[in-house]
Design a protein around this ligand. Structure first.
Ligand SMILES: *Cc1c(COP(=O)(O)O)cnc(C)c1O
Length: 382
């Protein structure tokens, strides 16, 4: 029997848990589990898994690229893309300073690929300055300098709160890259959210980049996997690199089957997740709090970033949201991620209307508690 596992009753105490830390917590849908059970499989290293082949073909079509390869994770897809594009020693990539490959992939670019990264400050919308990009590209580098070999863009932008890159900006990046004959890779872990937000086919987003990847295991609900796509030549090299880093897999059709369901059933429905995120954001914004701020214009997709006043410790708010006392008016434990001066809530298919309703009531109640505490601080002892 399938059950909603994330949104469960906490230790049978009757306390509901709504876990909004990340869409990577999404579980495969009942339909995916059924498809996985029935999947036809073979040895994919031998190129004989028909379900993997079908997924790769369908994904390439969706992205408007010649070919695609199914890999274990978004991190692996990015690493492979970097290793293929930067196959010359002394290569350098240019990336935003809040980029996932720069910040959150353990420096695999340097550690494994042996590639240097030049960063440009990211704007709040996930873009970076085109002028700065021009400056960073090393023209006719002499032997002191690395060789500019790849530009990376991220869509939606993770750290920037799931923001969607403007299409005109992508075109500008492509134009500069083309001028200097440097490829562009799009880390599109959540690019399907971007496509839904802009109401364009995913191939439109991938049009201005040479290679692109997306995660099947986030909002699309698959248990594991990501897709990397590009030209046939690029993908042939990507398959070689994938094997070298231990990513050649065997009867992977079992998980590719879930990917096929995701492509059919899980993309258009991302709109619901965006609506849910907006609903959470709107309720917080309606508080008109000076301590907790959400900018509604910034909520493009399934991620809500709540900015905290510097006097408030995000970890404290995070712990308070999760811990339910018998005296609490709303007995729901809400989990979220907390970093620096912000808190993040993320939605996906298992977070339905009801869960959003519980979560917002709880969030509002706890934020009001903090507001009250700050307005009427306990009197210090005389
Ligand atoms: C999640 C994410 C990745 C990494 O994907 P994994 O499948 O977790 O390895 C890469 N880039 C971005 C922008 C992401 O959000």
């Amino acid at each position: 029997m399938y059950e909603k596992i994330n949104v469960d009753l906490m230790n049978n105490t009757g306390i509901r848990v709504v876990d909004l830390r990340s869409d990577t917590l999404s579980k495969p849908t009942p339909e995916m589990r059924e498809a996985m059970y029935r999947a036809t499989v073979g040895d994919d290293v031998y190129g004989e898994d028909p379900t993997v082949a079908e997924l790769e073909k369908r994904a390439a079509e969706l992205l408007g690229k010649e070919e695609a390869v199914f890999v274990a994770s978004g991190t692996m897809a990015n690493l492979i893309a970097i290793m293929v594009h930067c196959n010359q020693r002394g290569s350098e990539i240019i990336s935003g300073d809040c980029g996932h490959t720069f910040k959150f992939e353990q420096g695999g670019t340097a550690q494994i690929a042996g590639v240097h990264t030049a960063v440009i400050k990211n704007n709040e919308d996930g873009t970076f300055s085109i002028d700065e990009l021009r400056k960073r590209i090393r023209k006719n580098p002499d032997f002191h300098e690395p060789i500019s070999s790849l530009i990376i863009v991220e869509n939606t932008h993770n750290i920037c709160g799931g923001k969607v890159l403007p299409l005109e900006w992508l075109e500008k990046v492509q134009a500069v890259a083309h001028e200097h004959n440097i490829p562009v890779h799009m880390d599109g872990a959540r690019m399907m959210n971007a496509a839904v937000y802009l109401n364009v086919p995913p191939s439109r987003l991938a049009k201005d980049v040479d290679s692109v990847c997306f995660c099947l295991s986030k909002g699309l609900g698959c248990p594991v996997g990501a897709i990397l796509a590009g030209t046939s030549g690029f993908i042939a090299n990507a398959r070689r690199v994938r094997k070298a880093i231990g990513g050649g897999w065997r009867q992977a059709g079992i998980i590719a089957a879930a990917g096929l369901v995701a492509l059919d059933k899980m993309i258009d429905r991302l709109r619901e997740d965006h609506d849910h995120a907006y609903q959470i954001a709107k309720d917080i914004s309606n508080l008109k709090s000076e301590l907790f701020r959400v900018n509604l214009d910034e909520v493009h997709t399934n991620i809500v970033i709540m900015h905290l006043d510097e006097r408030i410790n995000p970890k404290e708010v995070q712990a308070r949201l999760a811990t339910v006392y018998s005296t609490d008016p709303v007995k729901v434990s809400v989990r979220c991620s907390a970093r620096d001066d912000w808190i993040r809530f993320v939605t996906w298919w298992e977070i339905g209307d009801e869960e959003v309703d519980w979560a917002t009531r709880r969030i509002i109640s706890i934020l009001q508690e903090f507001e009250h505490k700050f307005k009427y601080p306990p009197r210090s002892k005389l």
